[in-house]
Design a protein around this ligand. Sequence first.
Ligand code: NAD
Ligand code: DAU
Length: 338
Amino acid sequence: MRILVTGGCGFIGSNFIRYYLKNYPEVSIINVDKLTYAGNLENLFDLSHAPNYYFIRADIADAARMEELVRKGIDAIVNFAAESHVDRSIEDPSSFIRTNIFGTFVLLEAVRKVSKEQKIRFLHISTDEVYGSLGKTGAFTEETPLAPNSPYSASKTAADMMVRAYFHTYGLPAIITRCSNNYGPYQFPEKLIPLMVSNAMEDKELPIYGDGMNVRDWIYVEDHCRALDCVLQNGKEGEVYNIGGASERTNLYVAKSILDHLGKPHSLIRFVADRPGHDRRYAIDFSKIKRELGWSPTISFEEGISRTIEWYQTHREWWKKIKTGEYLDYYRRMYHER
Ligand code: NAD
Ligand code: DAU
């Protein structure tokens, strides 16, 4: 089996490739990544000489390159490539439109063009943010109406709709997954958990938006990779599967538990201006994937957060190298000039 993974040098993509090649050594993976600020070749350095792993630097919005690649006899595409950070989408949505919407369209078109000669399963990695925001109770099901609130989530929603349309119109064998907030090794330190962990390790302030009572459902990235494996193997074409971690926590709780793990004072927490249009609460009903594919999360928040903190403690060089240059400009704009 040959799988084309897009965005494999990012956080979830790199964890997925490592998970997949460890569990299926007979599979070949072609990783197509543009290497934006979030793509890092070091994330898969250990696989750079593996005989069944190939890296190609390319943009998913490049139609000629994508068609050339899908003609290489692949069996499946797992589309992780995206601009993924909500705050950056608020600053400048243009790259989100180009990659998340147009890039997904280009991939779908490439698959459609070869569909008479080759069957390629298309696994599209989406997000729970397409459903918008919840009140104090309830959880997103696959039937929840789509109501995205940020340019990021709107771009992911548009891409989901194109994937859906290609299934219904052209019979393209596509499946969509919508997962909640991931955390774990190799996550870029602009996202809440790696930002809080690395700042706390450097005795820097932990910026919390608004009142800190926004809730996210946290899933350890390995559990997400296992869910994607189940969907890729046994998911039904044309379907959507929600994936969640059964670990709802407020942002303030997350920040405090990181400080407690590291033995640092809560006084490092600094409340800053809220994110515009900040979704209040996400929660996932993952009963469909549990019932149909037998998947459930296995790693509790407590276990996952201590594994994650340990990883950032033993990989200081990885994140210290990132937290320079362009990153510092971004950080200044985010927290000091908002
Ligand atoms: P990330 O930002 O860490 O990685 C994205 C990767 O895509 C990077 O390697 C980047 O170089 C690459 N990329 C960006 N634009 C590209 C382009 N035009 N062509 C080729 N490659 C390109 O993101 P992540 O957190 O690993 O998220 C991966 C996917 O999972 C995204 O589609 C995201 O929407 C989705 N998702 C993320 C989460 C989460 O909590 N992080 C949760 C649910 C869904
Ligand atoms: O729900 C899935 C989504 O989770 C993915 O689709 C996105 O790609 C991913 O980035 C993530 O989006 P969030 O906006 O939920 O993640 P983020 O880590 O940016 O923020 C998590 C929460 O923490 C959110 O309520 C905002 C808050 N926050 C974030 C940062 C970076 C802070 O309070 N302070 C911060 O410095």
